[in-house]
Ligand binder design. Structure first.
Ligand SMILES: C[S@@+](CC[C@H](N)C(=O)[O-])C[C@H]1O[C@@H](n2cnc3c(N)ncnc32)[C@H](O)[C@@H]1O
Length: 215
């Protein structure tokens, strides 16, 4: 499933991309559509303690922030987190925290969150099955996981010399991994479509799924 080896493509440097990340309207639109889909599929309430894993500049975090009790944006990129911190400060928002993650390091105590969302991040994570087990551990009993990511694609989504760990996901394989991690009540829907130019400058359409699951 991975596509980082042998093709000369490199993972994106998110620190370098951070300050201009939000300049791309399709990213802002996608995050807004993903957040709307999460709210449509999950009973999001102001009593919830939420985590946005791989929050980036907080595009999804800040769409959900008015509707939850607290939300923590967690990311491996300090550059992305700094952009989110600046947005939080300029908006005077009080219920958003940020956490810098070291890859593969357990950071959160068990059973900390009612809602765990992750949008467009899992395709950058090598060992997704292991991460899902970690997600299960840090959700409270009855807590909900909401994953938005690319449906399986041909590797053209990143293009331009960039690579990710996975070229999207087959929904059935994701479902199997979720069950193995302990999740139940798994549902999926199509949250959004993304149009991008491929290497030949042709417009390609990619679909983004939302899978929800309960602990
Ligand atoms: C495509 S961006 C998506 C950002 C945000 N979720 C959004 O929808 O706008 C992917 C994010 O995942 C982060 N990331 C990459 N690998 C990660 C990992 N192993 N653990 C946590 N975050 C990671 C990157 O730093 C980046 O901010």
């Amino acid at each position: 499933m991975g596509n980082t080896s042998g093709d000369g493509n490199k993972p994106r440097n998110f620190d370098d991309a951070a300050t201009s990340w939000d300049d791309e309207p399709r990213r802002v639109r996608l995050a807004s559509e993903v957040a709307a889909a999460i709210r449509a599929e999950v009973g999001v309430t102001r009593y919830m303690t939420a985590l946005d894993y791989g929050c980036g500049t907080g595009l999804v975090t800040l769409c959900l922030q008015p509707h939850v009790g607290t939300i923590t944006g967690a990311d491996t990129s300090d550059g992305m987190l700094q952009v989110l911190r600046e947005k939080v400060a300029s908006r005077g928002v009080a219920n958003v925290a940020t956490v810098h993650l070291e890859p593969d390091q357990e950071t959160f105590p068990s059973e900390s969150f009612d809602l765990l969302v992750s949008s467009m991040t899992l395709h950058h994570v090598e060992d997704v099955a292991k991460l899902l087990v970690e997600f299960y551990r840090i959700l409270r009993p009855g807590g909900v996981l909401a994953i938005a990511d690319l449906d399986a694609e041909d590797g053209s989504f990143h293009g331009h010399g960039l690579a990710a760990a996975h070229s999207g996901f087959d929904r059935e394989r994701m479902r199997v991994m979720l069950v193995k991690a302990g999740f139940r009540g798994i549902r999926d829907t199509t949250a959004a479509t993304v149009e991008k130019n491929d290497a030949a400058a042709e417009i390609r359409t990619y679909t983004v799924f939302l899978m929800t699951a309960e602990k």
